[in-house]
Design a protein around this ligand. Sequence first.
Ligand SMILES: *Cc1c(COP(=O)(O)O)cnc(C)c1O
Length: 238
Amino acid sequence: MDDILHNLAVIKERIRQACSLSGRSEDSVKLLLATKTVSPDRIKIALNAGETLIGENKVQELKEKFEDLKLIPHKSHFIGHLQTGKIKEVICYADCIQSVDRIELAEKLQRRLEYENKSIDIFIQVNTSYEDSKFGVDPDLALQLARDIKPYDRLNITGLMTIGLFSTEADRVRKCFQRLQNVQSQLLDHGFQTHEMSMGMSGDLEIAIQEGATIIRIGTAIFGHRIYPDSYYWNESK
Ligand SMILES: *Cc1c(COP(=O)(O)O)cnc(C)c1O
């Protein structure tokens, strides 16, 4: 328990410093707890300490933890690759889907939401590192995707999400976040309300905040190392 509370305090301080360095107010950056593989008991420690936003990568995990966490007020975002076969479930448990990256997915979400008479917030996931291993729409095609999704009235496009390049070269990581920033300017110019910028993880949150992140997604630095490599969570076949 102590480790989580201590780690949260360290992250808050990193956020505070990064905001101060870039002349931003601290409350312009929201902390999302990336809780893949983390047990409900450990997640509760953070929620009881005042955190309000979690993100899961697998619909199965989102569902399994739902009952345990539902009495503590919080929002839950889906941040993993979403297969169309999981749509029905994800819309029962998630408040926002950060990983919409293709029109087929948007279309199927719309149909199911119509059927349930619901709507949901979505972010468009952009592949700013151009790595084949990462999902997301190509930055050059993001505006077109947003336009294609626009007629789907059950989907509120409220932000953009990206996973930066894993690299020790800060400049290359920064480029990714700048690409998302460019996509955002483009979309805002075209009237989209994509004000949320979900970017930055344990290793690169400072760069992300400097480049305009409004939501950073932090796992390891709060909950410790995971047994599975991230590729396990980002691979469609699993
Ligand atoms: C796991 C994960 C994170 C958090 O990564 P850490 O390096 O553990 O902070 C953020 N975003 C996504 C999409 C993830 O899968």
